[in-house]
Design a protein around this ligand. Structure first.
Ligand code: FAD
Length: 475
């Protein structure tokens, strides 16, 4: 089948208005906002339901044309950038199919914007806890395909842990209906986990059954001033030991990160009077109405027992939101300081402070004046170990050092038994790094799974899996 007749076939079923081929219509789907990669595509199709997704995938498979799924296109690793072929946008599959209060589940289509899923749960008096700075535009299918993390992983887990069932269109166009709301199902392999985090390389997620939780009766937010990352670890251990999963966030910022937010974020106010080497944003959730009073008591204990230097408790929701804004604006304000080299990594929580110390020292030794902006989800071991260019340095000269810094940072992560891809995925940006850091047996299994589920290599080709290394090459 020629490309032209494929496009005609798709347009006949989906409607010409939903098969985009004009360059201006296709352009927004060829790159991510970060602009690291730019691809090309024959067309962008916008099916309206699972049957139309299955039709599009089946016709593309018959024509041996690759397909790339796209949700909100907020990914950061090049995973949704097409390399030819057809982009399948899930944006029109945006219905909440059902919500069951007793089961505490919601069944949503892949194109639902994350904020919409949160809102539907809220309206039913429940909580869908997945929360990311991109929640106003990322879509739940993309969240599941990347196994998204965010700020609430500490208490509720990442997207995988929130998933009970999936509906997936397979590479040949068949539909696997695994939309079950069971908390227990040991009848064979747990197939949904293959697709969560597979970045569109094993199937296209069209719908999901997700877990909901009781809404906390109250929440309290505080900002801590600390002497070091080690002091942050001690503070985390202290709080976690006392309140367990009711500690719903423990986010870390070094001095440099707070300075740049205060410099560039309009209306940002310094949360503590003094200057500290490190800071933590802490959130406590409670089924009782008095999270504020409880957190206040905990903060006093922290200062006394763990040597936290200072702490402030938000006195209102507005103050709490202002503290969160400091943390959530970090990625954005970093751009005002020049070029950034970013590493989204994870190490065991017990080793986060050691990682920060070692990686900071190694990067500062590798380039005079480089500014380390390492912040993130300290409580689940996920640090965005970002580097900001030295003042006055040429931006492109700085970015040319990206591979050198990757090697430094990722080698330390590996030595600490961590992961070089914590929550944003592998996509294109970390694909070849897997050859150095991923267990060869695990890589071999990944290739075998890919071959079994997508024998013609048509689902998001070129992403996640590095070129195959034959077992003999590993010896
Ligand atoms: P897309 O970007 O459209 O796609 C991402 C990948 O999933 C691609 O490989 C694509 O092919 C695949 N895909 C998309 N939909 C489907 C589907 N239905 N079936 C199969 N494959 C599919 N991520 C975090 O984990 N934690 C954060 O805290 C976080 N913060 C962010 C903050 C900002 C400001 C931004 C811009 C991004 C952030 N991200 C974060 C990254 C991004 O938002 C997440 O990866 C998000 O889950 C992607 O959703 P999306 O709908 O935009 O997916």
């Amino acid at each position: 089948m020629s490309n032209k007749s494929l496009i005609d076939t798709l347009a006949a079923r989906l409607g010409a208005a939903h098969v985009l081929t004009a360059p201006d219509d296709v352009a927004p789907h060829l790159a991510e906002t970060r602009g690291l990669y730019r691809g090309e595509a024959l067309a962008v199709v916008r099916p309206r339901d699972t049957a139309e997704v299955a039709f599009a995938v089946r016709e593309c498979a018959r024509a041996r044309v690759p397909v790339v799924a796209q949700g909100g296109n907020t990914g950061l690793v090049g995973g949704g950038v097409p390399a030819g072929g057809v982009v399948i946008s899930l944006s029109r599959l945006d219905r909440v199919r059902t919500l069951d209060v007793l089961d505490a589940t919601i069944t949503v289509e892949a194109g639902c914007v994350l904020a919409r899923v949160q809102q539907a749960a809220d309206e039913a008096g429940l909580l869908f806890p997945l929360s990311l700075a991109s929640e106003g535009s990322c879509r739940i299918g993309g969240n599941l395909a990347t196994n998204a993390g965010g700020t609430a992983v500490l208490a509720y887990g990442n997207a995988r842990e929130l998933t009970l069932g999936l509906e997936v269109v397979l590479a040949d166009g068949r539909v696997w209906n695994g939309l079950r709301a069971l908390r227990k199902d040991n009848a064979g392999y747990d197939l949904k986990h293959l697709f969560v985090g597979s970045e569109g390389t094993l199937g296209i997620i069209t719908a999901a059954v997700l877990k909901l939780f009781p809404k906390p009766a109250s929440r309290a937010t505080a900002f801590l001033g600390l002497a070091s990352a080690r002091a942050a670890l001690a503070a985390f251990g202290h709080l976690r030991g006392r309140v367990g999963p009711r500690l719903t966030a423990f986010e870390y910022l070094p001095r440099f990160a707070l300075e740049i937010v205060l410099r560039h974020l309009p209306g940002a106010v310094r949360p503590l009077a003094g200057d500290h080497a490190a800071y933590a944003l802490v959130e406590l959730s409670s089924p009782a109405p008095d999270a504020g009073a409880e957190l206040e008591g905990l903060l006093a204990g922290l200062i006394e027992a763990e040597g936290a230097e200072d702490a402030v408790l938000a006195q209102s929701d507005a103050q709490g939101r202002a503290l969160w804004r400091l943390r959530e604006s970090l990625s954005e304000v970093q751009g005002h300081e020049g070029g950034s080299i970013k590493h989204d990594v994870a190490v065991p929580v017990s080793r986060v402070a050691e990682f920060l110390e070692r990686a900071t020292a190694a990067c500062e030794a590798a380039m005079q004046g480089v500014r380390v902006c390492a912040f993130g989800h300290f409580g689940d071991g996920n640090i965005h170990f970002n580097l900001t260019q030295p003042p006055g340095m040429d931006r492109m000269a700085f970015l040319a050092a990206w591979p050198r810094f990757n090697r430094i940072v990722h080698d330390i992560v590996h030595e600490l038994d961590g992961s070089i891809a914590a929550e944003h995925g592998v996509g294109l940006i970390k694909r070849d790094e897997l050859l150095r850091y991923k267990d060869p047996v695990a890589l071999d299994l990944m290739h075998r799974l890919k071959a079994a589920l997508d024998p013609h290599g048509l689902l998001n080709p070129g992403k996640v899996l590095p070129d195959r290394v034959l077992p003999g090459d590993l010896l």
